[in-house]
Design a protein around this ligand. Structure first.
Ligand code: ZN
Length: 292
């Protein structure tokens, strides 16, 4: 027989369970790396979804109608900015969303790349820049969900400490690479901030976006540089077609140092399901290829 106490307990469960689920703040991040940052800062208070998923290229992303629905459902949208998501403003208009669109990179010192001096959007490639991202995300979450005003700063502080540790770890790892070997080739110019922060020079046949392919002249220039500068390794990227790099490696006899994660995390089972894993993976690959 169902006692009154049991009945009451059952009712509490029925009422409390969906309510708890509903209370989570719906946050949409434009790509996987931002999604991970939002999860770390939002914790249990947020329900995070992303547009551009793992191992996918945000530069050339084509949003779907389902993406417009995700934007419409979100209470807060977190974007990178700096021209990374060129498709974003049209998508937001199409969705009819009135949610705040937060630019996570707001406040960083913007790097320029290429002959045209384009703004480089890949600011997350420096842990110090990600501290700015974290502060922007924290403030946006507090604004959208004031009841989390204690939780978000606490989560952010814990994550900032991890970023400091990561930054020191990268510095130490790079310091162990001989200075004349701190130079590599990557597919597209995604590592300008890494170069600036940690002192490894990246040379790329493609510009800051993957939208335009490297020309024959770009490739010839890279091959000359590899020979002239005795560059020890070329690297593949998880979001780029490996064939161009394979061809360059073949023509110059330089080895492929491995795969770098530039603009996207991997899936859960990959080497870089989180931002911290991504940076550690890249540093491990660079160190292994360049130390000797
Ligand atoms: Zn990129």
């Amino acid at each position: 027989m169902l006692s009154r106490r049991h009945l009451l307990a059952a009712m509490v469960l029925l009422v409390a369970w969906p309510a708890a689920a509903q209370e989570r703040l719906k946050v949409l991040a434009t790509f996987s790396i931002l999604g991970d940052l939002v999860k770390n800062i939002g914790g249990d208070r947020v329900d995070v979804s992303t547009l551009v998923g793992p191992d996918s290229d945000a530069h050339v992303y084509a949003p779907s109608p389902a993406d417009a629905r995700k934007v419409a459902d979100a209470k807060v949208v977190i974007s990178n900015g700096l021209g990374f998501e060129g498709w974003m403003s049209r998508l937001v208009r199409a969705s009819g969303s009135k949610a705040p669109i937060v630019v996570a990179a707001n406040g960083i010192i913007v790097g320029k790349a290429g002959a045209s001096g384009e703004a480089d959007p890949h600011a997350w490639q420096s842990a110090a820049n990600v501290k700015v991202y974290v502060a922007n995300i924290r403030d946006a979450l507090i604004a959208a969900d004031p009841a989390g005003r204690d939780t978000y700063p606490a989560n952010a502080a814990a994550y900032l400490a991890k970023l400091d540790a990561l930054d020191a770890e990268i510095m130490a790892a790079i310091a162990a690479i001989p200075t004349d070997r701190r130079r590599i080739i990557s597919s597209h110019a995604a590592f300008g901030y890494f170069q600036e922060a940690y002192g490894i020079e990246f040379i790329a046949p493609q510009g800051v976006s993957t939208e335009s392919e490297a020309s024959a002249r770009d490739v010839a220039r890279i091959i000359t540089q590899i020979r002239r500068l005795k560059i020890p390794a070329v690297f593949l990227e998880n979001i780029s077609d490996p064939r161009l790099m394979q061809r360059i490696a073949q023509e110059t006899g330089v080895r492929i140092g491995g795969k770098l994660y530039s603009d996207a995390l991997t899936g859960e089972k990959g080497d870089a399901p989180t931002y911290l894993d991504l940076m550690r993976h890249n540093v491990k690959q660079l160190t292994a290829a360049l130390r000797n």
